[in-house]
Ligand binder design. Structure first.
Ligand code: C2E
Ligand code: CA
Ligand code: CA
Length: 431
């Protein structure tokens, strides 16, 4: 175990709760280690959903947990640990060679895999870890920053909680920062456009609805997909304005699409949970639809499962008022969230959208078929329409039809189209 020379009283240098070095001292430790050890791994570790633990079990339990995590990290030989934020630790480990980094990371993660005792309950925690490897000429501050960049990447859904700093992640982070900066003026300058993807009936192929999907016409980077900026917009709060705009656009388009149409085509719009926190959505939707002169029966709001799960009595009232107006509510990406089914009992859900994770290669996967059939049965018994998302091939479509699925969306039928192309699609579909 490494001992570090400390020049002052420990309280100046360490976090009283966990005994880990405070930020300033951690930077000094890295400076010293890198001089003496030449190759150093610096990691940043984040406890996922730590806020929920504080919230559910109390701050005392949260504090004990932090102390326990620090102890477990210290038990890994060679580590120096620092407390860098409320739920973030820094870890430094000298390496004999750069190629030892992955092994060292595993040694850090191993003791964290065991359950933690929180108020007598065994809890498994999820962590995200980002790391960077430095050599004698590295700046301690830069190493910590790079580990932070990697940590950010580690938290993204595809990273599975771990990531190493690279020039590529650095570039991604810089682009993200640039987009964050640009988003403010994009909202003012209206650089967004809604595209629409048809939803079709699986038995007849007739179009029954469209889903509005936002794109950003970035002046330098070209057309950006929502995956690039919705997360940023949610973090910065810009989603509130973008969402309001998308709702107005969808309403305007619904009016245009359904002028003189015997069977109206429903227009769906995606709504972020942040928008529900920010304003009374029933009031907002009602005002927007009135202003646009749109029948609420033509509109659907697509909401993610997380919104239903977090839902309070307040949300329930809002959902009811929306349904009373005539607006449909769809659960988006069904089955990919925490998938508690409790909310289906409480909330007036009109449509369940099965995520592409379950429809991909459906014909070749009998377990997936069992899940899809169960969801379809659930929808039927609850009176909710079931739509399969991301259908790309004919065998997938046939398997869905055989399972009794009513409607679907996906590249097989049409990609998202701009307004003019969508109107043409609707015309050709009708004939
Ligand atoms: P989502 O609501 O699940 O939308 C479906 C996504 O799947 C769309 O991606 C669509 O283009 C894509 N897709 C459709 N058919 C296929 C297919 O056959 N194969 C594959 N691989 N993909 C298919 P898009 O347009 O990039 O949107 C991504 C996500 O961004 C949306 O996922 C939604 O969560 C979010 N989003 C889009 N527009 C808005 C908006 O106005 N507000 C909010 N809050 N979120 C939005
Ligand atoms: Ca959607
Ligand atoms: Ca979806």
């Amino acid at each position: 175990m490494l001992t570090l020379k400390t020049d002052g009283p420990p309280s100046d240098r360490s976090d009283p709760l966990t005994g880990a070095a405070n930020r300033t001292h951690f930077v000094e430790c890295i400076g010293r280690l890198i001089q003496s050890e030449a190759i150093l791994l610096v990691a940043k570790l984040d406890i996922r959903r730590f806020h929920d633990i504080n919230f559910s079990y109390g701050y005392d339990a949260g504090d004990r947990l932090l102390a326990e995590i620090a102890d477990r990290l210290r038990s890994v030989s060679g580590t120096v640990i620092g407390r860098l934020g409320a739920n973030e630790f820094g870890i430094a480990v000298p390496l004999a060679a750069e190629s030892d980094a992955a092994g060292a990371v595993e040694r850090i993660r191993n003791p964290l895999r065991h359950v933690f005792d929180v108020n007598g309950r065994d809890i498994k925690l999820a962590f995200a870890l980002g790391y960077a490897v430095g050599t004698a000429d590295s700046e301690p501050i830069t190493l910590i920053r790079n580990a932070g960049v990697a940590l950010h990447e580690a938290k993204s859904p595809h990273a599975r909680g771990i990531s190493v700093f690279s020039a590529e992640t650095d570039e991604k982070m810089r682009t993200r920062m640039q987009l964050t900066e640009d988003l403010g003026s994009a909202v003012v300058d209206r650089e967004f456009v809604l595209h629409f993807q048809p939803k079709v009936r699986l038995d007849t192929g007739a179009i029954i609805g469209v889903e509005g999907l936002v794109r950003w016409e970035h002046p330098v980077q070209g057309l950006l997909s929502p995956d690039r900026f919705i997360g940023i917009a949610e973090d910065t709060g810009h989603i509130v304005e973008i969402g309001h705009w998308a709702l107005q656009e969808a309403a305007r388009f619904a009016k245009r699409l359904n002028a003189n149409r015997a069977h109206p085509v429903r227009v769906a719009v995606n709504v972020s949970p942040i928008e529900f926190q920010h304003h009374d959505m029933a009031e907002l939707v009602s005002t927007v639809l009135k202003q646009a002169g749109v029948d609420p029966d033509w509109m659907t709001l697509e909401l993610t499962e997380s919104l239903f799960l977090e839902s309070s009595a307040n949300h329930l009232r809002t959902f009811r008022r929306l349904r009373d107006l005539g607006v449909d509510l769809a659960v988006d990406d069904f089955g990919t969230g925490y998938s508690s089914l409790r909310y289906l009992e409480a909330f007036p859900v009109s449509e369940i959208k099965i995520d592409q994770a379950f429809t991909r290669d459906l014909h070749a996967n009998s377990r997936r078929q069992a899940i899809v059939r169960a969801v379809i049965g659930l929808g039927r018994d609850l009176g909710s329409m079931v739509t399969a998302e991301g259908v790309e091939t004919t065998p997938e479509r046939n398997a869905l039809r055989d399972a009794g699925c009513w409607s679907a969306q996906g590249y097989l039928f049409s990609p998202p189209l701009d307004e003019r192309a969508l109107l043409r699609f609707v015309e050709s579909n009708a004939s």
